[in-house]
Design a protein around this ligand. Structure first.
Ligand code: PNS
Length: 163
């Protein structure tokens, strides 16, 4: 039986920390779905379709395996998507105890709702301080985001058309 996992997130924008988790999760599961989820609690920088395109480009540029599908989800529960595609596992990167505290109730609810398990993955320490919100802030104030994001994202955020 093929093991399918989902890495969900806002990915606004995708960071090197996300790519690290995606790469390692893709090495564990037969198929990995990277799912861009609209989070109504956060004000977005990029449209969802742009986030998907930047993840796809970053994954291709990094030479990641071809068992990764990038898509988006905007209606209903995250576990509904998992059920629809036959995924039994969610993978979440956790950088700190703050992330663990934020993710734990969601992990329990998702298991209660649909039996979908959550696996917490520790990021490479090189990326432990990197977050999309930090990248958005640095980019908005004209700083260099290239240490924190894939090249395609840095180029996109720093292009005159985006700023
Ligand atoms: O990158 P983020 O913003 O931390 O990702 C959070 C996300 C999108 C994974 C989270 O908001 C989420 O799981 N949303 C799905 C909504 C849902 O199913 N909620 C009910 C069970 S927790």
């Amino acid at each position: 039986m093929s093991r399918i996992a989902v890495v969900p997130g806002s990915f606004d924008p995708v960071t090197l920390g996300h790519i690290d988790v995606i790469e390692r999760a893709a090495g564990i599961f037969d198929q990995l779905h990277v799912l861009v989820v609209h989070n109504p609690d956060k004000s977005a920088l990029l449209p969802v379709a742009q986030r998907v395109a930047l993840i796809e480009k970053s994954i291709a540029d990094a030479g990641l395996p071809d068992n990764i599908l990038v898509t988006s989800w905007s209606v209903g529960l995250l576990v509904d998507y998992c059920t629809d595609v036959g995924a039994s596992v969610l993978v979440k990167g956790v950088r700190s105890q703050v992330d663990v505290a934020y993710e734990t109730p969601m992990a329990i609810v998702n298991r209660n709702l649909a039996g979908v398990e959550t696996i917490f993955m520790l990021p490479d320490p090189a990326h432990a301080h990197v977050s999309s919100s930090l990248v958005r802030q640095v980019a908005a104030l004209g700083g260099d985001v290239s240490p924190y994001v894939p090249k395609a994202v840095a180029q996109f955020l720093q292009s005159p058309a985006t700023r």
